[in-house]
Design a protein around this ligand. Sequence first.
Ligand code: DON
Length: 573
Amino acid sequence: MLPKFLSKVQIYTCFLTVLVCGGCQQPPPNLQQRSKQGMAVSAHPLASAAGLDLLQQGGNAVDAAAATALAISVVEPFSAGIGGGGFLLLRRAETGTVQALDFRERAPRRAARDMYLDKQGKVRQRASLDGHLAAGIPGTVAGLYTVQREYGKLPWAAVVAPAIALAEKGFPVSSRFTAATQQRQDAIKKNRAAREVFTSGGILYQPGELLIQRDLARTLRQIAENPQSFYSGDIARAITADMAKNGGIITLEDLKNYTPIWRNPVCGNFRAYEICAMSPPSSGGVHLLQILNILGDTDLKRLGRQSPDTLHLLAESMKIAYADRAEYLGDPDFVSVPVKALTSSNYAKLRRSQIQMSKARPSSEIKAVDAETLNRLLWESPETTHLTVVDKERNVVSLTFTVNGGFGAGVVAAGTGILLNNEMDDFAAATGVPNLFGLVGGEANSIAPGKTPLSSMTPVIVTENGKFRLAAGAPGGSTIITTVLQIVLNVLVYDMNVGDAVSAPRVHHQWQPDRLMVERGGFETATLSELRRRGHLIVESDGWGNANAIVLTGDGWLEGAADRRGEGEARGF
Ligand code: DON
């Protein structure tokens, strides 16, 4: 029998796979697009079109990214929205530097470490997943407005306009949308406002039917006029009134105090490239670099992309990274996260020396590196030298945002059309108790008022010799880091074109549970047998990740691709 947490993770994995593939088994079409002037790629064609529209109006990457994100909030509300939060990486052509904006949800002032535990100290089932109490303070509107006001070119109202039109005029729902609603219909039907928005009198919208979201359109109009209305105006009052009525704890004061935070991204060198990715409170950047450092100068190309040696090395490195994640990663404003040590070359050397090529190490034998060693590494490697790369021609935005689980908390703040996140589940509700994604954590990621839950979201920007090279990102909870890792390797090591790089079969290991997830049908039987022989517990799963990426080719073309596992599209001109 499967361990309890594994079955929970697998249930979620199924949710992802239904969403991204619908059981399809066809060979991957290459969804790559090529253009010169500009490109937007997202998980939904209508959102990519919104981004392209802004670019064609003379907007820059920031305008287009904000418009795409707001449009996603309308057409893919189950994945991300203005009731959620996220991270944005921006590389400005003018300075050539990468900046990171943290607009993730934060724990309300009345949140408490044990808020999801019962009297016996056990985590109450689904308490951090369903309903108003599961929501963190949303950051999307503040984040998008902050970056657009500072770096955008067009009026804010122009950025919000496509989302308003999509909410007002409606859009035909896709099979992916219907599948997402099916998965969460119990929660949606229980909440009156959610039922009104996402069902037609309790009946789910079927593919091709038009979904009009009038309340959301009105909310977006208010946001277009005055984004602050989300935090201190009518929208804030509607959200908090709904909270008060339904056992939620987000107050007007929480919303008023919300501020996005500019942070330094985590950057490091991998061969000829500089990789910048999201820093804590995401674990993504730290572990992406940690794994790339462990792989180091191993001749992965010679080993072969899908060989047992490569996959084994990836799996063993992933386990190590996720063991450290559970121990050390959390909100840097509350706990000290040893970013430098974990991403240092000495750390990587130590960890690489612990990997045996002939045998998988059981997760139970892999521990987070001890604090003393970590300190030593820090002293031995006080600094990693980062090459700051300048590209005078391309602004780049890489943005990942979310409401966490499908349809977030499953509740809409009455009268606003805003679907609320269940990001509080990204905290460790209790030490060692797995969250929705099977991730475990402890003290560093415990709940506290104003604290940000630990994320795996990994927007990444790669440069080479001062020029933009690759930007990528993915959904998928705990799998995000390893998805982005494999896309980066596919492009930079295996010279794959972006369409193939995004769509190639993937593996994933997250230390706990101790099993290697491999994409069904993506790997040779002999390869899997060899991995089993080395001691890996293999679990085959349908595709996950729904990533997308844009690369700049040597001859100056932008090539972008959305994942064959989803319905996204690259749009350029
Ligand atoms: O921040 C995180 O790591 C998660 N809340 C992301 C959620 C997610 O990717 C949902 N995925 N399909």
